[in-house]
Design a protein. Structure first.
Length: 275
């Protein structure tokens, strides 16, 4: 109840939050009914997580997940040891004593990927349980989950939305307006008149030589640490659960893992110099 932001979101969450599409809720239920273990891992504290998820997914959102981990402090959740980041129980959203291990599913705070993996071994009966982790941050989600835990990673890359039919933004001020000011359906893009492309860059050539196009650092990180990249979970929610996606690693392609299709700027420039 401190500051401006939290009290305002609590007072009127619908002004700031989008409800989750029904197709995504059904997708989560289908996964649960198919015997998958569902995890929710967030760096938000438990009270804020509950506020958001009740509005986004419904009051029974916790029933969708076997394990909820709040205040996970990613990327440290993946990179730090159990002694540095033990799991803690919660009581009325207040963190309690540190746990020596994670013995059963439930709602926890902080924690580490090592103890979580041990619990998943018990729950699945498998020596090496397979985890698919969805996240929208390369820094906090995708890189650490792949690098430290070797999880399969799905990058939610919202810039892919509208890539095939949109135009670059005209000016910065329009982009800086909050969504609460009114529904703006203008698509996001990977190409900006102001900032250029974050997927391909132009390198000036030497005298009497042409400029060359190279994959950017961001583009290479996406294909290196993501299994696939999608615009939103809604994009895949109605696919069969056994749908086979093409991975980035399948042929070392910079475009193979984008679903439903690669960004136009990459499709039109498949033969780039890698720098």
């Amino acid at each position: 109840n401190c500051g401006i932001y939290f009290p305002e979101v609590k007072r009127d969450p619908g002004r700031y939050l989008h409800s989750c599409p029904e197709s995504v809720k059904k997708w989560l239920r289908r996964l649960k009914n198919a015997g998958k273990i569902l995890l929710l891992i967030t760096s938000s504290h438990s009270d804020y997580c509950r506020l958001l998820c009740e509005h986004i997914l419904g009051n029974d959102f916790a029933d969708l997940f076997d394990i909820v981990i709040t205040n996970a402090l990613k990327p440290g959740f993946f990179s730090q040891s159990p002694s540095q980041r033990p799991f803690r129980t919660l009581e009325n959203d207040e963190e309690q004593e540190a746990l020596p291990s994670l013995d059963k599913p439930g709602w926890y705070s902080q924690g580490n990927a090592v103890h979580l993996n041990e619990l998943l071994k018990k729950m699945t009966g498998k020596a090496e349980p397979k985890v698919v982790y969805f996240g929208d941050s390369m820094h906090s989600d995708i890189f650490p989950a792949r690098h430290y835990s070797n999880w399969e990673t799905v990058l939610i890359l919202e810039e892919l939305r509208g890539d095939r039919d949109g135009k670059p933004e005209e000016s910065e001020p329009l982009e800086k307006k909050g969504k609460y000011e009114g529904p703006k359906a203008k698509p996001l893009n990977t190409l900006s008149k102001k900032w250029g492309s974050f997927l391909i860059d132009s390198i000036s050539g030497l005298e009497n030589t042409e400029d060359s196009l190279v994959y950017t650092w961001t583009c290479k990180r996406i294909s290196t640490y993501s299994t696939i990249a999608i615009p939103s979970i809604e994009t895949i929610a109605e696919l069969p659960l056994d749908y086979k996606f093409t991975r980035f690693s399948s042929n070392s392609s910079k475009t193979a893992g984008y679903y439903p299709h690669p960004p136009l700027v990459l499709s039109n420039n498949e033969t780039q110099t890698t720098k």
